[in-house]
Write a protein that binds this ligand. Structure first.
Ligand code: FES
Length: 312
């Protein structure tokens, strides 16, 4: 009978552990060694001369537990699973599944793995030496990713062109630096000249006073919108996934902001009336110059989050 994986291993004086794996001789196709797990160690026990009896659940060794030190330690890297090598008719000789059945890795391949270690080691040294040359180029390419937020004020349009409580879409050209490329594209935001009632609702919807404040990347106060501002500006990006939306007629809500992507619907304060948007439309830092010019800081916030997290 062949020793089985998971069988108890018993010395002449006591049980010491179990068979964790078996090792097969690829020439004779017999089990040459048992890997015995005993006291946290894995020992290679040659079957010849050491196994006195094998039953369905037990392997008996003919040595005492105190003599186990004579067996060598098992080193997994010196073996390979039988599935990975071709040994003819092995299944006819072996009946030990399930578990790890191993054959010794040929000496040549052990050398190969050692050689591949030296190749990797040499590559690593090469990489360390090349780093001072590559670093300035990497720094140049990645620099824009680590730039602080752009907090410059952008002109959006003239306040006089908006009607009270009716959102007006205002477009502007934005230039961004991506790597070493400069890109210009059109963006738009919604400008509202609110009546005092609407303005109050807009701020109430976003937690009052704190919705007027905007902070930089360090959390320092960057700008505070005036509580009695003559205009408020709502970001033109839907907080759900960033689509552009429109102010249009709606058969249930009358007039509403409607996002065509997943049908989020907002009222004129930006409050979510329906759909998947996790937060109201985002307010932007806004000021109106003495000449009636509406200016904003073009912030962008993380889509799909309830909290307003600035990303640009
Ligand atoms: Fe507007 Fe999904 S992006 S609802």
């Amino acid at each position: 009978m062949q020793p089985k994986i998971k069988s108890k291993v018993v010395c002449t004086d006591r049980e010491i552990g179990e068979v964790a794996r078996v090792i097969v001789d690829p020439l004779t196709r017999d089990i040459s060694h048992l890997v015995v797990k005993a006291g946290g160690l894995e020992l290679m026990v040659p079957t010849e001369g050491n196994v006195s009896a094998v039953t369905d659940e037990t392997v008996r060794l003919n040595c005492a537990s105190g003599d186990l030190a004579k067996f060598g330690r098992f080193h997994r890297e010196e073996f390979v699973q039988v599935q990975e090598v071709e040994i003819a008719h092995l299944e006819r000789h072996l009946d030990v599944t399930p578990g790890e059945v191993l054959v010794p890795l040929p000496l040549l391949e052990r050398d190969l793995s050692r050689r591949s270690f030296f190749t990797k080691f040499t590559n690593a040294i090469g990489a360390v030496l090349a780093l001072p040359l590559i670093f300035p180029a990497l720094k140049y390419i990645m620099y824009p990713m680590y730039q602080p937020f752009n907090n410059s004020w952008i002109k959006l349009g003239r306040e006089q062109s908006a009607q009270t409580d009716i959102p007006k879409l205002m477009k502007f050209q934005k230039t961004v630096q991506e790597g070493f490329l400069k890109r210009e594209f059109e963006k738009s935001h919604w400008v509202i000249k609110p009546s005092p009632e609407l303005r109050e609702k807009i701020y109430a919807e976003r937690g009052g006073e704190k919705s007027l404040e905007f902070r930089d990347e360090r959390g320092n106060l960057l700008w505070k919108n005036r509580p009695d501002a003559e205009v408020v500006v709502l970001s033109g990006k839907c907080p759900h996934l960033g689509c552009a939306f429109r102010w249009r007629k709606h058969r249930v809500f009358g007039q509403a902001f409607v996002c065509p992507c997943h049908l989020s619907i907002f009222d004129s304060t930006g409050k979510v009336l329906d759909g998947p948007s996790p937060r109201p439309l985002d307010l932007l830092p806004t000021q109106v110059t003495a000449g009636g010019e509406v200016k904003i800081i073009d912030m962008e916030f993380k889509a799909g989050k309830q909290a307003q997290i600035r990303i640009v």
